[in-house]
Design a protein around this ligand. Sequence first.
Ligand SMILES: [Zn+2]
Length: 309
Amino acid sequence: MAEGMMKGGRRSRAVLAALLFAAIASGCGLESGPAGPAPAKGDAAKHGRPGAQAEALKPGTPAYAESVRRAQAERAVAAKKWGLATTPLAAPPPPAVKPTITTRQGFEVEGGEDLPPIFTTVPVKDRVVFLTMDDGAEKDPELLRMMSELKIPYSAFLSDYVITDNYDYFKQMQDRGVTLNNHTINHRYMPGLSYDEQKREICDQQDKIEQRYGKRPTLFRPPYGNYNGDTLRAAKECGVKAAPIWASEAYPDHMEWREWDEDLHPGDIILTHFRGPNDWKGTMPDMIRNVMKTITDRGYAVAKLEDYV
Ligand SMILES: [Zn+2]
């Protein structure tokens, strides 16, 4: 991993400058979402949520280019404030049509053609990656502020048993534009359970999230990334459309890679966890500083998973 960081560092400046220039010159930036340009006044702006103002701006117009420039200038200030090594890159606008996602080769289950796809990377050409946070044990208010101010989108995959002590934390997260997805009730090893048990773990969490947060998840991630045919059949049964797992995993002090090349690729899904100093070597902001250095140095921007899946 040390090697990976150095590798990234060597090409970082040029890539970053080129991408930033290209994004601004073409007037391409985020149209909406936490990383979008031109925060509107009021609560949505404070929380970095999609604002009505952003919708009025058409990509390609001078006003849009200006809003991207302004958003990026604000992000640079936030990056300094939060101690990031470099300013996160602006992601391109979300696709008009979501890409067709299929199960990654070698990850199929028997008879799984019509089941939610299991995948580690979204098929895109843009240099974007997706940040996903699992479980929900650590509820650090700094994380909420940091991500809103940096306008970095991420997605939560929640297990009920670790969030019961503070459901409201994730309500605040949702209010800031983060989608709350399903990571089961009790975080059990799915293949060790019967179909009915799996269905309870998955579908009860669908119900809970819908009841508590008003929106039924469409994305589900099996604990540990382990699943069998029953897992995906149960998930489909209660409304899950896709089952994203991950291509790499972020910690406060290192990355772990699924691929032999130990690198990021367009559309890669990055896993991390809601954890604190008791679980790993740092705070949530430490983890974000580390993963964002990796992402930015390698010339990638963070986009919102739900804009693509
Ligand atoms: Zn988990």
